[in-house]
Design a protein around this ligand. Structure first.
Ligand code: DON
Length: 317
């Protein structure tokens, strides 16, 4: 056989994606109990830690799910990917005057790097960078959270909602994010009232979504910008390549290196326990399980993606 050829996903005649997902759901079982659900947002601490869902959407328009794949969870930082896509679509490279493109090597809510670097966040996925994107979106719309929710909804093919209880419980304790927003306001990288930016950001993070919806919503990143759900192109091809590059280098914060080592796919995590990963040219995969590692990434979710990547030979690396 051709040594440089990738094995097709899936090797259909051998294993179906349903079988792969089922096998993954069995292989992850030993990893429950190793992490802890997010507790700094009280509503997230109340979610059953044993939940596990996983879904795949292929560029051919098929989708597959296992476990709790059709149960909604809090998207949290995964919404940052869609907010960035909207900002880049509307404002283009101007975005990069306000936020960088480098991995931070620091936790997602780190403060002091920001002051050392003149208030310019390292990348759009750490909280500081996402707050800068919210600020940019506030220039063009009154309610950026609704814009992001509606964008994710049209991509998923179903309307999505914002969980007000989750948004409120984050607002109750968002002291660190407020510090970040205030520092950026002082340094000029945020132009709106920090309180308005924080409120819009917390509401955006509280979008609820299922694994199956999330896999479909991310599909344009695997299909050169084309949405098989909407049957239209929503990102220029070059932009999807750039978004995937940012995901690969910054999507999992300060554990992005070990994630690339284990899984080998561009991906975005959220403290609700969700992770979405892109298989360029083939599919998008979403997984959800609430117990997190110390970097805020789902322990069972990473394990599931690692097994999935190995079983389907879909690593981009
Ligand atoms: O700002 C926060 O802390 C949360 N709304 C989102 C953080 C998050 O999801 C980090 N990702 N793993």
């Amino acid at each position: 056989s051709e040594p440089l050829m990738r094995r097709p996903l899936p090797p259909k005649e051998v294993t179906s994606l349903d079988d792969v997902l089922h096998e993954v759901s069995v292989l992850v079982k030993p990893h429950f109990g190793k992490g802890r659900p997010a507790d700094y947002i009280s509503e997230l601490a109340a979610v059953d830690p044993m939940k596990f869902g996983m879904a795949v959407a292929t560029i051919e328009g098929e989708d597959y799910g296992v476990g709790d794949a059709d149960e909604s969870f809090s998207a949290q930082s995964i919404t940052k990917l869609f907010a960035l896509g909207l900002a880049l679509n509307r404002l283009g490279d101007e975005v990069w005057t306000r936020v960088g493109k480098e991995p931070s090597g620091t936790p997602f809510n780190y403060l002091s790097q920001l002051e050392q670097e003149a208030g310019v966040p390292r990348n759009p996925f750490i909280n500081a960078g996402a707050l800068a994107i919210t600020d940019i979106l506030l220039d063009v719309v009154k309610a950026p959270a609704h814009l992001v929710r509606d964008f994710m909804g049209v991509l998923a093919g179903e309307p999505l909602s914002i969980d007000d209880a989750v948004a409120k419980s984050e607002m109750d304790t968002a002291y660190k994010n407020r510090a970040i927003a205030n520092l950026m306001r002082a340094q000029g990288t945020i132009t709106h009232d920090p309180a308005a930016v924080i409120e819009a950001y917390c509401r955006q993070c509280a979008v609820s979504i299922t694994c199956r919806q999330l896999a479909k919503a991310a599909l344009p990143l695997a299909a050169a910008g084309y949405s098989p759900v909407m049957e239209e192109s929503i990102f220029p091809e070059r932009l999807t390549r750039r978004l995937n590059a940012l995901l690969l280098t910054c999507g999992i914060y300060d554990s992005v290196g070990s994630f690339a080592y284990r899984v080998g796919l561009p991906a975005k995590s959220g403290v609700g326990g969700g992770i979405v990963a892109v298989i360029p040219g083939r599919a998008a995969v979403a997984v959800w399980s609430p117990e997190l590692d110390r970097y805020g990434t789902s322990v069972v979710g990473v394990s599931a993606l690692e097994h999935f990547s190995r079983l389907t030979n879909c690593s981009v690396l």
